[in-house]
Each structure stands twice: as C-alpha cells, then as structure tokens.
Design a protein around this ligand. Sequence first.
Ligand code: PHE
Length: 448
Amino acid sequence: MWSSRLAFILAATGSAVGLGNIWKFPYITGENGGGAFVVVYLLCIAMIGIPIMIAEVSLGRRGRLSPINTMKQLARADGASQNWKYLGWMGVIAAFLILSFYSVIGGWSLSYIGHAFSGEFEGAGSDKIGAIFGAMLSSPETLMIWHSVFLLIVVAILSQGIRSGLEKAVNVLMPMLFLLLLVMVGYAMSTSQFSQAVDFLFTPDFSKLTTEGILSALGHAFFTLSLGSCAMMAYGSFLPSQVSVARTAITVSVIDTVVALLAGLAIFPLAFANGLEPSAGPGLIFQTLPIAFGQMPAGTFFATLFFSLLLIAAITSAISMLEPLIEWLEEQRGINRKVAALIAGVLVWSVGLLTVFSFNNWADLHPLSFVPVFAEKTFFDIFDYLTANIMLPLGGLFIVVYFAWFMNPDAARHEVGIKSDNVYRLTHFVMRYVSPALVLIVFLYNLL
Ligand code: PHE
C-alpha cells in the first residue's frame, strides 16, 4: 500500500504530469488554434476527466489486483458479465502502445540534456536550435539509442518495484519542475510577446475549432490525466481504504492542469518572439525553450536542469504505463517481476522502432492510407491518434459506465468517500449520465 494519501497523490501526480503536459499540450493547442481548444480541454477535464478519475481509482481500490483481474473480480462480485475483463486488456494494450512512442520522445529529452550541458544553447538563435533538433530527428541511430536508454531506465525501476523510489522522486523533483516552469513563465513575461501569447491561449475563437479539434481536446484530457488505460486503476489498488477518492482525484487533476497551462504560458511567448508557428508540431518545445535558455543568465545550468526534470516527469509517467501489464504477468502467469519487466521492455522497444523511423526514413510512409482518419498519418501519428483519441476515451467511457451502472451502489458510494448526500447525488448523476453522454457525443460527431 501507499504509505498515505500524500504518497498516492504523489504517485498519481507522477503518472499524470509528464510529456503530456509539457510537450504535447502546447503543440496540440498550437495546432488547434489556441483559446477555443483550451476551453474545450478544460471543460473535458472538469466534466469528464475528474469524474472518470474518481471511477477508475475507486474500481482499482475495490479490486486491489492488477486491472485485468480487478475487473474480473468486480464483475463477479457485482454479478456483471465476465467480458468486463476486456476493459482491463484494452487499457493495458493502450498503455503499451503509448509507451512505445512516449519512450522515443522521452529519448528526445535525454538527448537534450546532453546538448544543454555542453553549452550548445548559449546565445543560439532559432536557426541553430532548429538545426540541432533536425539533426536529432533525421538520425534513426540517435533516436534509437536514446529510446533504448529511456526504456532501460524505466525497466530497471519497474523491476525493483515502484513504490519507495517513486514517492521520493515525485516528492522532491515535481515541486522543482514546477518552480522551474514558473521561472520560465517569468522569463516569458519579459518578452514583448507575452500578452499575444495570453491572448492566443485564453481568448477563444470558436471559428478555429474543428470537430477533430474537439476530439483531440477530449483525447488529451484522458491522456494527460492517465485515464482509460487502467494506470490509475493500478495505482488505486494501493490506496489506503480510509482516503477520500473524490478529493484526491480533484487534487491530482488540478495540479496536472496548472502544469499544462504554465507550460503553455512559458512556450508561446517564445514561439512568437522567435518567429515560430504555434502549429510547428511535436518539436515545439524542443525548438523554443532552448532559445530562451540560451539568452538567460546561467542558461546552461537551467537548461540542463529543465530537461533532466522533464526526463524524470516522463519516467514517472512511463512507469505507470507498464505497471498494469507487469502486475498481470506476475499475478496470472507467476512470472517474476524482473523477468516480466524485461519481457515487457523488449516488446515495447521493438514497437517503438516504428516511431523512431516515423521521423526520418519513413516520414512519408502512411501505412494506413486506405483508412480515411489515418490517411496522412505516419506510424507515430497513428499510435498517438489511436490511443489518445480512441482507446483512452473508450476505456474511460466503459470505466465510468461500469462504476455508475453496474457496480453495487453502496460499494460505489463507500469508495468515493463523499460525505454530503447532495454532493454525492450530483457526482453520481454526472458519472451516470453527463460524462458518458459527452464522450459519446464527441465520438459520434467525429464519425458522422
Ligand atoms: N499522463 C501522462 C502524461 O501526461 C501520460 C500517460 C498516459 C500516462 C496514459 C499513463 C497512461 O505525460
């Protein structure tokens, strides 16, 4: 078990806060035109993300097993169909696919620690930084090496068992990352483009919002809160029984959202100040932040620190993606933890190669071009879209539906831990009708 509520909050925050907040949120916000996308994203966090986090953590705590077996066991206890175990399976597969590309991007941060430390960013303009980024992307060997190192670290930690190390890492390093983001926002405020960036992020222009943008906002709410992949269910299974799940879920979601917004506030002023398009894509933070580090006092130190902390945030998220699969291998197949971690790591590594080549040799390869939604997409784009926009929302939908429709109502109420009758009734109503309906509406809109 986690030693306390705080320990769980730290671990869950470690899972939630990661590349999703600092790397992905800014670039997809940029690609989707800014403010209106942010509004939809925030609504998704509040109306869908928080309720589903409450459901997912509650299921995990009641089952107290790996997600797949938790779902089996709960379905048995509640007299529901055994097919609910496939929900656990879908989550495990989604998390596996996410990790395959997440690890490659984690590798980018690793590579950038080296660039930062060597002082290359000092006084560099957007051309030089663009060239560093381009050189990294165009070399499959470079990407493969860092992808391997990243996964090695993750597997090494997982094979030791996660709890004690995770608590410590998150306890000290997350607040540091947070402070450093504040420093970066402070720096961004000193550029004359700060108000333009605030405008871009917070003044919604709904004419820029497409139905696909709405789906991305929904998908990102799941991705950034680690929902729908059973990662939170796995962590919930270690949560002490007297803790209020509802309060805890809200705390984690608020921290996660604040980190993402800070990242946006730090990055867009720099993008505007250096003539980069907000829609520059996955390279956005790697092409903007180094310029700022290169200009500030002690920039080499801050840059090295920043990319190291980003790496740690990525690692604490990556751990939560693989933990459910490893728990299952241990529980079900009796495989020892070290071997399980190794097997899982090798598999993820292999699939990750498809992402490695998506940025160079296969940048123009669109393997599923016969499927309309995947027409223009590389392997990396496909994994990203399939997991964030389809599998996670679907997983989350089933999780909240199970919780609100199939789980024994007394057990449900007991897990959530909301004392006031009225507040609980409202929460339950949202979980039963509002969140599932909203997910379905966004899905249907995109299908039609
Ligand atoms: N929430 C993590 C991030 O924002 C990513 C993640 C997704 C982690 C799904 C676990 C499961 O970086």
